[in-house]
Ligand binder design. Structure first.
Ligand code: SF4
Length: 313
């Protein structure tokens, strides 16, 4: 790390103390951001930290829907995002108008929305879920109830296969980074590292095919959220892992299990939105208290119900 970056990091730490701020970072953030954060985790872990903090200022190093979730859980606190343009292709795969039309066709259905949705889409959902708890959330809904699951179709297929629910309707949305991870990538990486275990995120384009391969014993692997991958890798007796998700996860995996080896399935699995948060932008954000995240009160109130139902589970 060069001297200039080190000095900026020192300034960030000073400002964080002075302003009594909490810095949260997602597992896909660049290593320097993860190392300066108070807590690094997946969407569920970050939502929980945002909910329990007593700090007056939260700086969210992730993408906009995550910072909005932190604001919804902490309406009285100031929530900042260092770059408000940090979006998400999965969030963009459904609009609130599209969801309302879908609901009209299934008026009695329970709506389960993945956390990767905009605040106004969340406000139309009965439950919010993350990849760590999507199966549990769906299993908590009475079996005779129709479910609309949105917006990630690969996570939807995974949940459908796990819960064996016939009345689960899945929105055809996807994340461009995970959809691009194909079964051929997995097979190639697996051939190159024959003793490795496979860790795969359920949003991946190959998650359903991988489930069948793992069930058949053709591949030794687990389908896990990013935080689930870290926990699993630490306790598994395996010493090598092939990892199928955004490559930012390699940093916390290597930090938490330094004695083990981790190989990305696809080096190009990079989320350009997550990488928009830099040390320079984080420093400016803390100095000038920009960019404040705000969500209209009515949307916040409605969106909070689904998030709190998830956290209660
Ligand atoms: S990796 Fe995919 S789902 Fe995650 S923030 Fe980037 S675009 Fe969205």
């Amino acid at each position: 790390m060069d001297r200039e970056t080190k000095e900026k990091i020192e300034k960030i730490l000073e400002l964080k103390e002075k302003k009594d701020a909490l810095i949260l970072a997602h597992n896909y953030q660049i290593p320097e951001i993860q190392d300066v954060a108070d807590f690094v985790g997946d969407s569920l872990g970050l939502s929980e930290k945002a909910k329990e903090t007593d700090k007056p200022l939260i700086v969210f190093c992730g993408v906009l829907f995550m910072a909005e979730t932190a604001k919804i859980l902490n309406p009285d606190k100031k929530v900042l995002i260092p770059d408000p343009e940090a979006g998400c292709s999965l969030v963009e795969s459904i609009t609130v108008e599209e969801l309302r039309k879908w609901k009209q066709k299934h008026p009695d259905a329970v709506v389960v929305g993945y956390i990767n949705t905009s605040a106004d889409v969340k406000a139309e959902c009965d439950y919010i879920c993350t990849s760590s708890n999507a199966v549990n959330v769906v299993e908590s809904i009475p079996e005779d109830k129709e479910i609309l699951f949105l917006p990630d179709m690969f996570l939807g297929f995974y949940v459908q296969a796990k819960t064996k629910r016939k009345n689960l309707h899945i929105w055809p949305g996807e994340c461009h980074v995970h959809a691009a991870i194909r079964i051929e990538d997995i097979k190639r990486a697996y051939d190159e590292h024959k003793n490795a275990e496979l860790l795969i995120h359920p949003e991946c384009g190959c998650s359903s095919s991988c489930m069948y391969l793992t069930a058949d014993g053709k591949i030794k692997g687990e389908i896990l959220s990013t935080s689930g991958m870290i926990k699993y890798a630490k306790k598994s007796p395996a010493s090598e892992f092939v990892v199928a998700t955004e490559i930012g996860i390699l940093h916390p995996l290597r930090k938490k299990a330094p004695e083990k080896k981790f190989y990305p399935v696809n080096e190009e699995a990079i989320c350009k939105y997550m990488k928009m948060i830099t040390i320079d932008k984080l420093l400016k954000s803390l100095e000038r208290e920009i960019y404040e995240v705000n969500v209209p009160e009515e949307i916040m109130r409605k969106a909070k119900r689904g998030i709190e139902r998830m956290l209660a589970l």
